[in-house]
Write a protein that binds this ligand. Structure first.
Ligand code: SR1
Ligand code: MG
Length: 399
């Protein structure tokens, strides 16, 4: 019989006392449930001073933001913990530390990051973390290179692909990113005023062909162990520091998906800023987002090329110029996936505060229209946008 049961706050405290590996487990006395994502329970475990010491995270057997009508695999907790452990092996400075996990209870204990803040919340307020984009690029370079065929032997890599099959979570992405926004679907959510723009996406044959290609790559290209959901809500920042959390969508997929999702969330912020901040702050925030995108890509690509030059194990993949050639494809993918993130976060099932948090109705609609048109443009133009400077020029042209 399964030992799974949902933890109460008191149960989470007991669990942390037993398994967090603290030298003073009895100092843990209370728990606060703070989960504000779409899927899981998250407890901060507090000591007698009320200081948060450790995080206990448990997967629920359904999508939290919907309820039991949308059941969901508990295996995602194992995938999440193991993905973060693998990424943490290669990039400990930017991966949340996992102290313990139990696949049957679908629970993990992770380091407390109360001295950090969620990057999205800061982006909404116009607070800039100068090193964040570069650090996220470094994380992606380390995590993706070391889990790819460039680094792992072919045998080991195939074993890892099998270990990280994550079909139910991938199906969510396949549906929410690549299918539902281009169909009439009950899960799509957008104001009636956007109907003309949404209909235009649905009937645009060139756009649908390009999205089909992206979906096909997501379905079939097992290039590296992806984080799988690397938006600005999955990233904690502090002065000079950055930690990635929440890898339950981890699986072997196309590298451009992680990079594109990260860039897409910076662009969602770019589109939303005029509705979130005063004119001058919004303009300067937008310039900052463009610089962030540039730094993210350069940190990833330069980091990846340096690792490839030093550590590629396969004799043919080590052929001079091959890693560079491979990255050209990753770049094209990233731009396309970035476009799909913009579209699905604007009119699909799962939205972001960068747009939905805009108080003024007219301004919100303007920003949403901008995100849809930018997403569309990026998906169509991806094969012709040669590098990150060309991307930034296109974004400026788009408004
Ligand atoms: C049902 S899950 C909806 C979205 O939330 C997650 O953070 C992922 O982005 C997913 O697409
Ligand atoms: Mg998440």
């Amino acid at each position: 019989m399964s030992k799974y049961h949902t933890l109460t706050a008191a149960g989470a405290v007991d669990y942390a006392r037993q398994y967090a590996g603290l030298s003073d487990p009895q100092s843990l006395v209370d728990a606060q449930e703070v989960g504000d994502g779409n899927l899981n329970l998250v407890f901060k475990i507090l000591d007698s001073q009320g200081i948060s010491r450790i995080i206990v995270k448990q997967a629920l057997p359904y999508v939290r933001c919907v309820g039991e009508s949308w059941p969901l695999t508990l295996d995602r907790a194992r995938i999440e913990a193991q993905t973060l452990l693998v990424h943490g092996q290669y990039c400990p400075q930017h991966t949340v530390r996992i102290l313990h996990h139990d696949p049957q209870l679908a629970v993990m204990i992770q380091e407390d990051l109360s001295d950090h803040v969620i990057w999205r919340r800061e982006l909404l307020l116009g607070v800039h973390y100068p090193q964040a984009a570069r650090q996220l690029g470094e994380y992606l370079a380390q995590a993706l290179f070391h889990t790819s065929d460039f680094f792992l032997s072919a045998q080991r890599k195939k074993a890892q692909v099998a270990r990280f099959l994550n079909p139910e979570m991938c199906q969510i992405t396949e549906d929410l990113f690549f299918t539902e926004p281009y169909q009439i679907h009950e899960r799509n959510a957008y104001p009636p005023a956007l109907e003309p723009e949404v209909t235009a996406l649905r009937v645009d044959r060139s756009l649908n062909l390009a999205v089909a290609g992206l979906k096909h790559r997501f379905l079939s290209q097992a290039e590296a162990l992806l984080h799988g959901d690397i938006h600005s809500g999955s990233v904690f920042v502090a002065n000079g520091r950055l930690k990635v959390i929440d890898a339950e969508f981890g699986f072997y997929g196309p590298m451009g998906f992680d990079i594109g999702t990260a860039m897409g969330n910076l662009l969602l912020n770019y589109c939303g800023l005029p509705g979130l901040l005063a004119l001058r702050e919004a303009a300067s925030g937008r310039e900052q987002r463009l610089r962030d995108i540039r730094e993210l890509w350069l940190a990833f690509s330069e980091g990846f090329l340096a690792l490839a030059a030093e550590k590629t194990t396969d004799a043919m993949l080590a052929t001079p110029g091959y890693a560079h050639q491979f990255l050209l494809g990753v770049w094209r993918d990233a731009v396309g996936f970035c476009g799909t993130e913009l579209i699905r976060r604007t009119m699909g099932f799962a939205h972001v505060a960068d747009l939905d948090g805009i108080g003024d109705d007219v301004m919100r609609l303007d920003c949403q229209r901008h995100a849809l048109s930018m997403g569309n443009m990026l998906i169509i133009a991806a094969p012709h946008i040669s590098d990150v400077d060309a991307l930034i020029a296109r974004i400026r042209q788009n408004g």
